[in-house]
Write a protein that binds this ligand. Structure first.
Ligand code: 3HC
Ligand code: NAI
Length: 701
C-alpha cells in the first residue's frame, strides 16, 4: 500500500509498504530550522502510531543530507522543539529508524543520524561535526553518541578539528553500517530497511552503548595538542570537556553537561566572530555587478612565470582539474618550474590529496611547460606571475595580447602594480583583470579579484567562478597600491615599525601579536617571505614618499647587510638549528636609529602593541572601504582572515573594531597621533561612524 503525503513542506511522510519514509526538504542544505524540527517530531509521532508501519526511514531531498542546525536561528530565543529533544524522540522510537545519508551530514545533521538506529550512506557522502569552526561544540548529543559508535581517538579528531571523513572511513570506524551501491540513496535505503524488517532487526539506540574508552593519556595529549594548534580558541577545549563526560558520566548526565557547555559557547564572543566569518565568506561573492552575469568557460589555463607564485598557481589549477600550460624565459627555467610543480603535486600525493594514477595523468596529459608564447593560443585564461616590474609586465602583456584567442582573459598576479596601466598595455582592456594569489598559492585560501576601470562584468564573474573551481575565497578589490590586503598591511607595518622606534623590539611585537592570536608575528613573516621584497617596494615608492612620513630605516639597514630573512639564514631573527632566535645585532641597529632620531626608548606593553596594530589596521581599512577599494567592511574581514593569518575567532579587523567599539579605535588613534600625527590621521569614515554612533557592521548590508 502506498499513501500520499501526510504532512507538507519542509518535512513530508509517505508510506512505502510498511516503511514510513520521512523526507526533509529545506533547500539549500536542509538545515534544521524550527519547521524542520517540528516536522520531524510530528512525523515520527505519526509513524509510531500507525500500526502498519514497521520501520521508519529518514532521508533528505536535494543535494545533501542535513548540513546542521539552522545557523540563522543562533542568538535568537530557542523555538521548540529543541534539536536534542527531537533526536531523543527518534532514538526512543520502538520501530527501527534507518537514516539514509548523501552529500554532507554535518553538525546537527550528523547528530540526527547518530540518533537513528541504522545508517546507510552513498560512497560519496561525507560526515563531520564542524561546530568548533563556528566557536561551538556539537550540542545535540554528538559528543556523547559519537564515541559510543566510533573509537574515542576518531571522535576526538572529528569533534575537536571539525574536519570531515568519507564513507569508507565512516564504515571502518563504525559510524555507518553500510555503503549503498550505486548513487540512488532512496532506493538503496528502502532495500536496507526492508531487509531489516525481514530479519526482525530491533531498534538499536546509540545511547545504550558503552562509550569507547580512550587510550591511556589520549585525552591529555589531545588537550596539549589543541593548546598549540587551536591556540586562543575556547570551543575545542570545551568539546574535550564534553567528551570527557561521555567517559565519566551516565548518558543523561553527559548530555546535560554537553548542553550546558554548548549554551556557554553560544553566548561567547568567539561564536559571534566565527559565525560572522562564515556568513561574510558567503557574502563576499554577492555583488550587484555580476548578478545574473554568466562567467566564461575556463578549461585551459596559462601561467607566465614559474617562480614561487606561478608554480603554486599552476599546481592549484592542476589539482582542480584544469589543463595548464606554463611559459618561462628559457629551458633552464622551464625545467625548474616543471620540477617545482611536480614536487608540489608529489607533496599533495603524500598528504593523500591526490592519487598516484591521477598524478600520472596530470603529468602526462594536463601539464606542459614551454618557452613558446604561441602555446597560449587556445588558453581560456592566462595568469601572469613574472617579476614585479612594470616593464617586464608590459613585455609579457603585449605578447599575450598578440597570441591569445579573442575572449581569452589576461590576468596579472601583481601585488602592488596598477592593473589599469597593465590593461592599457593591451588592445583588450575589458578582458584584463588582477588575480592576486597569496603564497603558497596552492594552499592559501584568499584570491583578491582586482577589477580595473574597464574590466567587463563577465570577466569579473569568470574570476569569481574560477576562484570557486580553485577552492578559493574570492574578494573583489579596486585598483590602488596594494589593493585591499597589502595596502592595509603596508600601513600597519609602518605603525609597528613606529612601535619599534618608540621602544619595543621586533620580537616584543611578534610575541604580543602571536599572543593576540596571529599564527606568526609580522617580523617573522617578513623573514619568511624575504626582506628583499619589501625593500624593492620601498625603493620603488621612495620618490612618492611624503616628506612628513616618519620613515623607519632599520628594515633597509638589514637588507643592506644582506639579511634577507630565512633564505639567507638571518633577517630579524637568526636561523640555525632549532627555533629562530632573536638577534642582538638587530637590537643594536634599531638602537642606533633611535639615537640618531633623538628617541629615548620606553617600554611598550603588549596591550599597547596590539592597540597600535589594530588601530592602524582599522583606520586604513576604513579608508579602503570609503574609497570603494573594498565593497564593504566584511570584504576587509574576509581578506585579512584568509590571506593574513588574522585569527578567525576574532572575526576580522572590522568585526573586532565593532566589538571594542569604533570610538575606542578613534581614541587610540588620537593618542598615538601625539607621537606621529602624519601616520595617525583618523579616517573620515571612522570619524563619521563614531559621530553617528554606528558600527562597521551597519555598512555590510
Ligand atoms: N544554516 C543556515 N544556512 C546555512 C547552513 C546552516 N547550517 N549551512 C549553509 N547555509 C546556507 C549558506 O549560508 C548559503 O546561503 P546563501 O546561498 O544565502 O549564501 C547556502 O546555505 C549554501 O551554502 P554554501 O554556499 O556554503 O554551499 P556549499 O555547497 O559550498 O557548502 C555546506 C555546503 C558544506 C553544507 C556548507 O554550507 C557548510 O559547511 N555549512 C555549515 C555546516 C555547519 O557548520 N553545520 C553545523 C552547524 S552548527 C550545529 O549544527 C549545532 C548543533 O550541534 C546543535
Ligand atoms: P619569482 O621571482 O619567484 O618568479 C618570477 C618568475 O618569472 C621567474 O621564474 C622568472 O624566470 C619568470 N619570468 C620573468 N620574466 C619572464 C618572462 N618575460 N616570461 C616568462 N617568464 C618570466 O617571483 P614571484 O614571487 O613568483 O612573484 C611573481 C609575481 O607575483 C610578482 O608580480 C609578485 O609581486 C606577485 N606576488 C608574489 C607573492 C609572493 O609572496 N612571492 C604573493 C602574491 C603576488
Amino acid at each position: 500500500m502506498r499513501k500520499g503525503p501526510v504532512l507538507s513542506h519542509p518535512v513530508t511522510m509517505e508510506l512505502h509498504g510498511d516503511i514510513a519514509v520521512i523526507q526533509v526538504s529545506n533547500p539549500p542544505v536542509n538545515a534544521l530550522s524550527q519547521a524542520v524540527r517540528a516536522g520531524l517530531s510530528d512525523t515520527v509521532t505519526q509513524a509510531a502510531e500507525m500500526a502498519e508501519v514497521k520501520a521508519i526511514l529518514i532521508c533528505c531531498a536535494g543535494r545533501t543530507f542535513v548540513a546542521g542546525a539552522d545557523i540563522r536561528e543562533f542568538g535568537k530565543p530557542l523555538m521548540e522543539p529543541s534539536l536534542p529533544d527531537v533526536i531523543d524522540q527518534i532514538e526512543a522510537s520502538t520501530k527501527p529508524v534507518v537514516i539514509a545519508l548523501h552529500g554532507t551530514a554535518l553538525g546537527g545533521g550528523l547528530e540526527l543520524a547518530l540518533g537513528g538506529h541504522y545508517r546507510i550512506a552513498l560512497a560519496s557522502a561525507r560526515f563531520g561535526l564542524p561546530e568548533v569552526m563556528l566557536g561551538l561544540l556539537p550540542g545535540a548529543g554528538g559528543t556523547q553518541r559519537l564515541p559510543r559508535l566510533v573509537p574515542m581517538s576518531n571522535a576526538i579528531n572529528m569533534i575537536t578539528s571539525g574536519g570531515q571523513i568519507g564513507a569508507q572511513d565512516a564504515l571502518e570506524f563504525g559510524l555507518i553500517d553500510q555503503i549503498a551501491s550505486g548513487d540512488d540513496i532512496r532506493n538503496a535505503s528502502l532495500g536496507y530497511a526492508k531487509t531489516l524488517i525481514e530479519t526482525g532487526a530491533a531498534p538499536r539506540p546509540t545511547s545504550r552503548l558503552v562509550c569507547n574508552p580512550p587510550e591511556p593519556g589520549a585525552m591529555d595529549a589531545a588537550r596539549a595538542k589543541l593548546a598549540k594548534s587551536a591556540r586562543g580558541q575556547i570551543a575545542p577545549q570545551k568539546a574535550l570537556d564534553a567528551l570527557r563526560g561521555a567517559i565519566d558520566l551516565s548518558f543523561a548526565e553527559g548530555l546535560a553537561q554537553e548542553r550546558a557547555l554548548f549554551k556557554e559557547l553560544m553566548a561567547s564572543d568567539q561564536r559571534g566572530a566565527m559565525i560572522h566569518a562564515f556568513f561574510a565568506e558567503r557574502q563576499v561573492g554577492k555583488l550587484d555587478e555580476i548578478k545574473g552575469v554568466a562567467p566564461r568557460d575556463v578549461q585551459t589555463l596559462g601561467v607566465v612565470g614559474g617562480g614561487t607564485m606561478g608554480a603554486g598557481i599552476a599546481t592549484n589549477a592542476l589539482l582542480a582539474g584544469l589543463k595548464v600550460t606554463l611559459v618561462e624565459r628559457d629551458s633552464e627555467a622551464t625545467d625548474r618550474a616543471y620540477a617545482t610543480v611536480s614536487g608540489l603535486l608529489e607533496g599533495a600525493m603524500q598528504r593523500g590529496k591526490l592519487g598516484e594514477a591521477q598524478y600520472g595523468e596530470i603529468m602526462s596529459d594536463c601539464f606542459k611547460t614551454t618557452t613558446d608564447y604561441q602555446e597560449f593560443a587556445q588558453s581560456d585564461i592566462v595568469i601572469e606571475a613574472v617579476f614585479e616590474s612594470i616593464d617586464v609586465k608590459k613585455e609579457v602583456f603585449e605578447k599575450l595580447d598578440a597570441v591569445c584567442k579573442p575572449g581569452a582573459i589576461l590576468a596579472s598576479n601583481t601585488s602592488y602594480l596598477d592593473v589599469d596601466a597593465i590593461a592599457a598595455m593591451t588592445a583588450r582592456p575589458e578582458d584584463v583583470i588582477g588575480l592576486h594569489f597569496f603564497s603558497p598559492a596552492h594552499v592559501m585560501k584568499l584570491l583578491e579579484i582586482v577589477v580595473a576601470d574597464r574590466t567587463a562584468p563577465e570577466v569579473t564573474a569568470t574570476g569569481f567562478a574560477l576562484a570557486k573551481t580553485l577552492g578559493k575565497v574570492a574578494v573583489r578589490a579596486g585598483v590602488c597600491d596594494g589593493f585591499i590586503g597589502n595596502r592595509i598591511l603596508s600601513h600597519y607595518r609602518k605603525a609597528l615599525d613606529g612601535a619599534v622606534i618608540a621602544g619595543a623590539s621586533p620580537f616584543d611585537v611578534d610575541r604580543a601579536l602571536v599572543e593576540f592570536g596571529l599564527a606568526m608575528g609580522p617580523y617573522a613573516v617578513s623573514d619568511l617571505a624575504g626582506l628583499d621584497i619589501g625593500w624593492a617596494t620601498r625603493k620603488r615608492l621612495a620618490p612618492r614618499r611624503d616628506p612628513r612620513e616618519a620613515y623607519a630605516e632599520f628594515a633597509d639597514r638589514l637588507c643592506e647587510m644582506g639579511r634577507f630573512g630565512r633564505k639567507t639564514g638571518r633577517g630579524y631573527y637568526l636561523y640555525g638549528e632549532g627555533r629562530p632566535a632573536p638577534d642582538p645585532e638587530v637590537d643594536g641597529i634599531i638602537a642606533e636609529e633611535r639615537s640618531a632620531k633623538g628617541v629615548i626608548a620606553r617600554a611598550l606593553s603588549d596591550q599597547e602593541i596590539v592597540d597600535r596594530y589594530m588601530a592602524a589596521m582599522v583606520n586604513e581599512a576604513a579608508r579602503v572601504v570609503e574609497e570603494g577599494i573594498a565593497q564593504r567592511p566584511l570584504d576587509v574581514d574576509v581578506t585579512l582572515l584568509n590571506g593574513y593569518g588574522f585569527p578567525r575567532w576574532r572575526g576580522g579587523p572590522m568585526y573586532y573594531a565593532d566589538t571594542v567599539g569604533p570610538d575606542k579605535i578613534l581614541r587610540d588613534i588620537t593618542t598615538f597621533a601625539a607621537e606621529d600625527d602624519f601616520l595617525w590621521q583618523p579616517a573620515p569614515l571612522l570619524q563619521r561612524l563614531v559621530a553617528e554612533g554606528k558600527t562597521f557592521a551597519s555598512l555590510n548590508t
